[in-house]
Design a protein around this ligand. Structure first.
Ligand SMILES: *[C@@H]1O[C@H](CO)[C@@H](O)[C@H](O)[C@H]1NC(C)=O
Ligand SMILES: *[C@@H]1O[C@H](CO)[C@@H](O)[C@H](O)[C@H]1NC(C)=O
Ligand SMILES: *[C@@H]1O[C@H](CO)[C@@H](O)[C@H](O)[C@H]1NC(C)=O
Ligand SMILES: [Ca+2]
Ligand SMILES: [Ca+2]
Length: 663
């Protein structure tokens, strides 16, 4: 057994970046999450190219005009300041360099650096970010009958919109072979008069058809922007295969209008949507991602993303420097200090992929959402991972036309939206309802509310691999679905009486920096014994997220599996087999594997890490480094809340917390 050395893990293994190797220093916000100390990720993917975009860092803060003059002198356009750059950092784009080339342009970098005000200039790598979901179908012309009942929205009455009966994810009556009452339980929220008023969700995607008659009155133009073509109009680019319908479909799920005789309704049909167009360009850059995620953080409450690194089951990629900084800033300072809510689609790589290898989905600062279909199974394209917090719905089981019914390009409606793409915006809509019910909820309150009010309902693993399991404080979780399906009614009810949870701390609980070999046929175990920083400023007694930051390599990375077991006995699969991942060189470098499964648990004691190969072939590898980071509170959360029923999750966790204190 190897026990952890105490102390600071930094500085031990900072090393070269080669191809997909990721130098990912764990991102640990300070106690009250105020200082935004993003320890950034630095990595270049093997397939990266170099774009015509440059990050220019000035020696001092400069205004936009001065930056523009400097840009113009060397043949660049000044795209504008970088979010989080304090007026020192600007995004320049060269006027004639090609979109993408395989080599850096030293000449252009040197030119920029020759200016006395310029400190550094970094040509931006371009990388791939893909929309989740299947290729869009061009909608048929639908001639659905409907009777309009304009006017008041009396309690208990269903929306009259023609597609509402098809929106089984809002109200499942068993239509199309679905399971009755397996839905988001939105009517129970609407019946409390909560419909998303005064809440804005940004759809970070390929644009939004903001002239769509079912969206235009809920469009928040002031909070919208087009970062793909640098103008205030995030309208989707036309293609004849409707490739750019993704954002419009996602927008309708959140905020399509009610009782107007058009399409269906959004989960939060009185809320606003902002369009942030940032996909649909030759290459993604860190600067575009960063500016998108940090756009108007006081006007935008929720950011919804249904895209990410390629779901090929072999990519290990995540947010890069500027993007990481923008997310941390959004969480710490956005919404006037309450923190922006980032909702993330967990991924469509199916069982071949693991969303813990997607640094956006696996981040503690995003809420990663998986999907279920209308009879309670997971969808075949769902990825699983221990960082998923909860689930919503994607398509129907049998009929491809029973996807998510929502708005489509050019004023149309669709019934075929699907993928975890379709799931994330539903969650954004539910969170918009919670924020109307209680506008002072913080980003962490939303996560706690999600854990406490999501339901197992009738969700199950179609292949019977992952079962519902109780964690150490009685919370049921499933590796596929997180804590279950969102329940809008329950979330709104609990939001109303919610008091913000106590301050959050991060405790560096221990680390093992010593290579340990792993061989086929035999599990390798490591242990870290921790008092979770007892008696220090960062004592954690009630867990939220847990990160195992790991460096490892293997003769075949995809055959490596990792499990983390908490002192209370909860076993999280933090890395599953990825059949397509044949990497034998890069391994993982300080990769922050995250689990939500120990939520609410007491972290003192021994944490076990198990590494093994899942392969009939002989494999070998090294677990090079493991550090354990615990996030949570010193004080018990939920103390002021009174559970509605002794069987509620809130009651169960509160009792578990009280019972432990008695001991
Ligand atoms: C990202 O940040 C790290 C650490 O601060 C730095 O070493 C690296 O060069 C940065 N990468 C880029 C592309 O700026
Ligand atoms: C709506 O939200 C804004 C800021 O997000 C706030 O200033 C305003 O008071 C809110 N209005 C209502 C009616 O709640
Ligand atoms: C894997 O890590 C071990 C231990 O650090 C090292 O000796 C070995 O060279 C690494 N293998 C590869 C392929 O990088
Ligand atoms: Ca409508
Ligand atoms: Ca993935």
């Amino acid at each position: 057994m190897v026990f952890a050395a105490w102390g600071n893990p930094s500085g031990l293994l900072m090393f070269l970046v080669c191809a997909l190797v990721v130098v990912f220093v764990t991102n640990v916000p300070s106690a009250v999450a105020k200082s935004g100390n993003a320890a950034p990720a630095a990595f270049n993917g093997r397939n990266d190219v170099f774009t015509s975009s440059f990050l220019v860092r000035f020696r001092r803060s400069v205004d936009n005009d001065l930056a523009g003059e400097v840009a113009a002198r060397y043949g660049f356009d000044n795209i504008g300041p970088l979010v989080g750059g304090n007026g020192n950092e600007y995004h320049f784009k060269h006027r004639t360099l090609p979109h993408a080339r395989t080599r850096r342009s030293i000449t252009h970098t040197r030119l920029l650096k020759s200016h006395p005000l310029v400190h550094t200039a970094v040509q931006q790598p371009g990388f791939k970010r893909v929309k989740r979901g299947l290729r869009p179908a061009i909608p048929a012309i639908h001639g659905l009958p409907f009777e309009s009942t304009f006017g008041a929205k009396p309690i208990g009455l269903e929306p009259s919109d023609p597609y509402f009966p098809l929106q089984w994810y809002l109200k499942n009556t068993g239509q199309n072979g679905g399971k009755m009452r397996l839905d988001l339980n939105v009517q129970a929220a609407w019946d409390q008069g909560i419909t998303g008023k005064n809440v804005t969700t940004a759809i970070m995607d390929d644009g939004v058809d903001y002239m769509h008659p079912d969206l235009k009155f809920n469009y928040n133009a002031e909070a919208s922007y087009d970062f793909s073509s640098n103008d205030p109009f995030p309208y989707p680019r036309y293609t004849d295969d409707w490739f750019n319908s993704h954002g419009t479909r996602c927008a309708g799920e959140v905020a399509a209008a009610r009782d107007n005789g058009i399409c269906g309704v959004g989960v939060a049909y009185d809320s606003k949507i902002a369009g942030i167009r940032m996909l649909d360009q030759p290459y993604m850059t860190d600067l575009i991602e960063a500016n998108s995620m940090g756009h108007e953080p006081h006007k935008i409450h929720i950011y919804s993303a249904s895209w990410g690194p390629t779901d090929d089951g072999k990519t290990v990629d995540g947010p890069r420097n500027a993007t990481m900084r923008a997310i941390v800033q959004g969480v710490n300072e956005g919404r006037n200090g309450l923190g922006n809510i980032y909702v993330w689609a967990s991924g469509d790589g199916g069982e071949e992929d693991d969303c813990n290898c997607d640094g956006y989905a696996a981040s503690m600062w995003t809420i990663s959402i998986n999907s279920a279909i209308n009879d309670g199974q997971n969808a075949h394209y769902d990825e699983s991972c221990s960082s998923t917090l909860a689930s919503t719905f994607s398509n129907g089981a049998k009929d491809p036309n029973t996807g998510v019914a929502t708005t489509d390009l050019y004023g149309k409606c669709t019934t075929t939206h699907s993928g975890t793409s379709a799931a994330a915006p539903e969650a954004a809509g539910v969170f918009a309802l919670a924020l109307e019910a209680n506008p002072s909820l913080t980003w962490r309150d939303i996560q706690h509310l999600t854990v406490l009010t999501s339901k197992r309902n009738s969700l199950f693993d179609a292949k019977n691999r992952f079962h519902w399991t109780m964690n150490g404080v009685g919370l049921e979780f499933n590796h596929l679905f997180g804590f279950g399906v969102l329940d809008a009614g329950a979330m709104v009810t609990l939001s109303k009486q919610w008091r913000s949870v106590p301050a959050r701390y991060h405790c560096e609980a221990g680390e093992i920096v010593e290579p340990n070999p792993i061989y086929t046929g035999r599990s390798m175990f490591l242990e870290i014994k921790t008092d979770s920083c007892k008696g220090t400023d960062t004592e954690v007694n009630y867990l939220e997220h847990v990160q195992a930051v790991i460096s490892a390599n293997a003769t075949r990375r995809g055959d490596l599996e990792l499990f983390l077991t908490s002192p209370m006995g909860t076993r999280s699969m933090i890395l599953s087999r990825r059949a397509n991942d044949d990497d034998h060189r890069d391994g993982f470098t300080k990769w922050p594997f995250m689990t939500t499964h120990s939520w609410g648990e007491y972290p003192h004691g021994t944490w076990k890490l198990e590494a093994r190969f899942n392969s009939p072939q002989p494999r070998s590898g090294w677990l090079i480094e493991w550090s354990l980071v615990l996030h949570g509170t010193k004080e018990a959360p939920y103390r002021t809340l009174s559970p509605a029923s002794p069987h509620s999750k809130l009651a169960i966790v509160k009792k578990a917390h009280e019972d432990r204190k008695m001991k």
